[in-house]
Design a binder for this molecule. Structure first.
Ligand code: SAM
Length: 421
């Protein structure tokens, strides 16, 4: 998720300007429907029914490097998003060395975070420090170091697995300058949402509606139907859909997610095998002194190894038109540079009669070319050639990769999908 993910440290308690959205979009030849549900905190329940058919956008040029691999990272991957970093490892896909380095360097990076906190603490007057001492504040530094040690073991295992998979050799990359604390910190938060028991509440808010819409569309007969899940993050939704019997292709471009998912899928011999304390350096918004040290274990469920992971940019990795019976996107369409490209590509990849199921906010980044309202997204879908039938709607609130005990809850309001016809 790296730089393109949702920062969980954002503003406001229980606040949301939510542009929840559910779309179920079927392919062009079927002249089928979209179920779309729109509401916000101030405006609820408003349904839109559209029946549309218009020319399909032209196919996107094939990418020769497209590949698939069953949860095992492939050796040659291309990533279209240039991150501007120098290429010290020219043989590796862009962003990969940076992520391996970040996992490798986690102990030092996390220690730096602690030292910055300590420097602020140490600057106090003796009288101020005495108050901190009374509160037992200095103990936090030691406890946090214990947690960092736990996390470091896990991070190093991820880096080690990556070095083997991508043939960088068993030696550490050791590039301190190309490492970023946030890469690992975000990965841990998202891992908690997807693969720990503590993340179940967040998952329960958004996974079941998506999966119910899928089941409704295919009449509960998943087997044989090809489903693409672009931008899988840590991959739990893709895995759960595969558990229903669908033939799932997952796609992700960010290596912090890819490496972590790969590690979980291929280096886990028992459930709850890996322990981490993902919030150990987060000292804000804590409910009590110990909440920052809460430990969790992953995975709480077996990653489905039948999921095929395609690494790279969703817009470039699927040369074949009409490949999928369904595309399922969760917290995804607002993340790219241009939503027109995303919707056009989803449309192109669907078979006639296929369905697109989407759930997530419209939290456009400042880098995006268009920051559309939900209604405009629908209009866009219309222009691209989806057939829309919006039958009903209701809204839900959902958190995203939040620490369960945090006092800060950034809530996304979304639209729950109702089955499309
Ligand atoms: C907000 S996260 C959501 C992840 C996941 N769907 C979930 O619900 O947890 C968006 C994900 O999309 C990925 N992503 C963004 N642009 C992408 C692209 N062009 N191709 C593939 N993945 C992309 C990001 O790396 C990130 O993991």
């Amino acid at each position: 998720m790296g730089k393109s993910s949702y920062p969980s440290h954002l503003l406001a308690v229980l606040l949301c300007v939510l542009l929840p959205l559910y779309l179920a979009l079927r392919g062009p030849a079927s002249l089928s429907d979209i179920s779309f549900v729109l509401s916000s905190l101030s405006e609820r329940v408003e349904s839109i029914r559209l029946t549309l058919a218009s020319p399909v956008a032209g196919p996107i040029a094939p990418t020769p490097q497209a590949f698939e691999a069953a949860a095992e990272p492939a050796k040659e991957v291309r990533r279209s998003v240039q991150d501007g970093r120098r290429k010290r490892y020219p043989s590796l896909p862009d962003g990969l060395a940076h992520c391996i380095n970040s996992f490798e360097q986690y102990p030092f990076l996390a220690e730096q975070v602690l030292q910055r906190k300590h420097a602020r603490y140490a600057k106090q007057t003796p009288a101020q420090k005495a108050v901190g001492d009374k509160l037992g504040y200095p103990a936090h530094f030691e406890k946090a170091r214990d947690g960092i040690e736990v996390n470091s073991r896990f991070a190093e295992q991820i880096a080690q697995a990556a070095r083997v998979s991508y043939h960088t050799g068993s030696r550490r990359l050791e590039d301190e300058d190309d490492a970023e604390f946030g890469v690992v910190d975000l990965a841990f938060g998202h891992l908690s949402r997807d693969w720990s028991s503590q993340g179940a509440k967040e998952r329960q808010a958004v996974f079941p509606p998506v999966m119910a819409a899928l089941e409704q569309h295919f009449g509960g007969k998943g087997r044989g139907n090809r489903v693409l899940v672009p931008g899988i993050g840590m991959g739990r939704l893709a895995s759960d859909i595969a558990d229903l019997g669908y033939d799932v292709t997952a796609n992700e471009l960010d290596y912090s997610s890819i490496l972590t998912y790969h590690f979980l899928a291929n280096h886990t011999s028992s459930l709850h095998q890996h322990k981490l304390q993902p919030f150990v350096t987060k000292w804000t918004h804590q409910a009590n002194p110990s909440s920052r040290y809460s430990a969790l274990t992953v995975p709480d469920h077996w990653p489905n190894k039948a999921v095929k992971l395609v690494e790279g940019d969703f817009l470039e990795m699927f040369p074949q038109e009409g490949e999928f019976d369904a595309v399922v996107s969760l917290f995804f369409i607002d993340i790219g540079n241009n939503v027109v490209d995303f919707l056009t590509e989803i449309h192109r990849l669907l078979k006639p009669g296929g369905v697109w199921i989407n759930l997530g906010p419209l939290k456009w980044g400042t880098h995006t070319a268009l920051q559309l309202s939900a209604e405009e997204v629908l209009e866009l879908a219309d222009m691209i050639g989806f057939d829309v039938d919006h039958t009903s709607r209701r809204s839900i609130d959902s958190l995203y990769a939040e620490q369960p005990e945090t006092l800060l809850k950034f809530t996304y309001g979304e639209y729950l999908p109702w089955p499309c016809e």
